[in-house]
Design a protein around this ligand. Structure first.
Ligand code: CUA
Length: 193
């Protein structure tokens, strides 16, 4: 909730930046058009351009590699490779969620679960998500309506999603993949104690 104004601020800064970049491109094109045909030897011009291009290439490679290393820590890989403390099976169907503790391996049509489940705070929970009919999307929201984690719920596939609920409280599940008439009413609740 508190992040929303920040999101809007970033949004408008990015908007201004991309507009400025667009203007810059237009100015460069105008500059090139105005300064071309100065009678300069074609081979010399080519050599000059290639030299500049080489330098820009190296600068770009350095920027990309640096960017990669800086942003790697933001990726959830380490979190995902951590050992799960508990697992929960999630079965989506038109139009409800069924959840039960454990990793269910028998026939999906025999699975029984509830659209509410209670889990412990601070535990790394492995959600094993599938669907009994069409594609759905299992999306977990906090009480501020912020999306915390999501994965597709697909028939005949088991998608794994690990998430640790740090705070106690009520979390909501919605479907993020349009799955028919009552798609918007696929509610579920996770109580974290
Ligand atoms: Cu299930 Cu949308």
């Amino acid at each position: 909730m508190y992040l929303f104004p920040l999101l809007i601020a970033i949004h408008s800064i990015v908007g201004i930046l991309s507009f400025s970049a667009g203007v810059l491109v237009v100015l460069v094109v105008i500059f090139l058009m105005a300064t071309s045909n100065t009678g300069e030897d074609k081979a010399t011009a080519k050599h000059k351009v290639y030299k500049v291009r080489g330098r820009y290439f190296f600068a770009l490679v350095i920027c990309i590699v640096a960017g990669l290393f800086i942003t790697l820590s933001f990726l959830p890989y380490s979190r995902f490779h951590a050992k799960a403390d508990e697992s929960v099976t999630v079965v989506a169907r038109q139009w409800s969620w069924a959840m039960a503790p454990g990793n269910y391996i028998k026939k999906i049509s025999d699975f029984t679960g509830s659209n509410e489940i209670s889990l412990a705070a601070g535990k790394n929970i492995l959600f094993v998500v599938t669907s009994a009919d069409v594609n759905h999307n299992f999306a977990i929201y906090n009480s501020n309506g912020e999306l915390l984690a999501q994965t597709q719920a697909m028939p005949q596939y088991k998608n794994e999603l690990k998430y640790t609920f740090k705070e106690k409280g009520v979390y909501h599940i919605l479907c993020l993949e349009y799955c028919g008439m009552a798609h918007a009413y696929m509610y579920g609740t996770i109580h974290i104690q």
